[in-house]
Write a protein that binds this ligand. Structure first.
Ligand code: PMP
Length: 407
């Protein structure tokens, strides 16, 4: 039986059930980080109460059991995104570190001066800055694909942009600022037509859509545990086995070696070559628990539930007047980026907070997108699995009140 009862789902998230500023909390900032269900919190506690030991090194019982759980988590992640091999899953600190690993290990060694990397204008800074660094270091060329009139990624422009110089397309599966999904299958097909690699930033996508890396045929895919109802400080890099085999280590030290002599080291095979030092073990088991939780949610119900919240919030905001909503209307996750005309986004968010409604304001780590949309920032309400129409009502009331006070 899969979970599809909002009351039951809400009850599984203890952090939601508190007052802030004297009001019941309405948490609409899941695109910054998602709340954690009791199952995940309990699993992490159990790790320290019962299992605490280091992995991949001890000969004793606890260490063996810990290692088995750690590798079971790797298998759980591989199954979750349908990777062909468990060894294609590297544990990292999060999306940011995963992209840095690719840019440092793959980028530094396989990209050269004049090679072109294409990004979407919706990318999070985590998927922009590492490429800026590589541009300075290696002289690669960065090109951007923009949006159509209705706010979708412009695939026709992408087709015109690619050439034999294109070596990598690095793109989000879902914009953390606008909620817009990108057509990853079409993007991969365009990339393959010029033999370019594809990196998918799935940080926002992973809690929305089923991901199948074999079907997508992407070369790299990255995400963070904390936006998938799991712990902070843990994330995933998926990369095709044949690429990992060719990539040099990103960091070096214990665990990632075959042999160390006084003067030289030979490195382990992937995935261990990319996991130097004691890993974030409780993060890994917490992530496994988060995936098990997310797998227990009825996805047909979830899509309909999130669409219902998004549609209600959008039409109610539109009715208020003096509100600008950014991005696409269709094909999007339940994320609403908006401004009240003539008012600074942070003033609105502060007034909403006083009413117990937690939203994010600012540039959402997407400054190139803000510039493209000709704004310094937006107010972003991101709805998730545990929100409901009652939250939408309180959200709209809080915007209305802020607007009445500020205009
Ligand atoms: N990419 C996207 C699309 C994101 O939403 C985020 C987090 N907001 C990141 C990258 C960076 O993730 P992290 O901070 O967990 O490394």
């Amino acid at each position: 039986m899969q979970l599809n009862d909002i009351k039951q789902i809400k009850s599984l998230f203890p952090t939601l059930h508190q007052k802030v500023n004297g009001q019941d909390l309405v948490y609409l900032d899941s695109a910054a980080t998602a709340m954690k269900p009791t199952a995940v919190i309990d699993r992490i506690t159990r790790y320290y109460q019962l299992d605490n030991s280091n992995v991949h090194r001890g000969a004793h019982y606890l260490s063996q059991r810990g290692t088995d759980e750690f590798e079971k988590a790797r298998h759980t992640v591989a199954e979750f995104i349908n990777a062909k091999h468990d060894s294609e899953i590297i544990f990292t600190r999060g999306t940011t570190e995963s992209i840095n690993l690719v840019s440092s290990s793959y980028g530094r060694n396989f990209l050269k001066e004049g090679d072109e990397v294409i990004l979407s204008i919706m990318e999070h800074h985590a998927n922009v800055v590492p490429w800026h660094v590589l541009k300075t270091e290696k002289g690669i060329v960065l090109k951007y694909v923009y949006l159509t009139e209705d706010g979708q990624l412009d695939l026709e422009q992408l087709k015109r942009l690619v050439s034999s110089k294109t070596k990598l397309i690095t793109v989000t599966g879902c914009s953390n600022t606008l909620g817009t999904f990108t057509d990853l299958k079409a993007i991969t097909a365009i990339a393959k037509s010029v033999s370019a690699k594809v990196l998918v930033d799935a940080a926002q996508l992973v809690s929305q859509h089923k991901i199948d890396v074999q079907e997508l045929d992407c070369d790299f895919l990255v995400f963070s545990g904390h936006k998938l109802f799991g712990p902070t400080g843990i994330g995933v890099l998926y990369a095709k086995q044949e690429l990992l085999e060719q990539m040099p280590p990103y960091q070096t030290g214990g665990s990632m070696i075959l042999e160390v002599t006084e003067q030289a080291t030979t490195f382990h095979r992937p995935p261990f070559r990319f996991e130097a030092g004691t890993p974030h073990i409780e993060g890994v088991v917490g992530l496994m628990s988060a995936i098990q939780f997310f797998n227990s949610i009825d996805k047909t119900w979830l899509r309909a539930h999130e669409d219902k919240m998004l549609n209600a919030a959008t039409s109610e905001l539109e009715k208020l007047g003096d509100v600008v909503i950014y991005g696409s209307k269709a094909n999007k996750a339940p994320i609403l980026s908006f401004n009240i005309k003539g008012v600074h986004n942070s003033d609105v968010a502060a007034l909403m907070d006083q009413q117990g409604v937690a939203v994010r304001s600012g540039h959402h780590c997407t400054q190139p997108l803000m510039k493209y949309l000709k704004t310094v920032g937006t107010i972003r309400a991101s709805f998730s699995i545990y929100n409901d129409l009652n939250d939408v009502e309180k959200f709209v009331a809080s915007v209305k009140k802020a607007k009445d006070l500020l205009l």
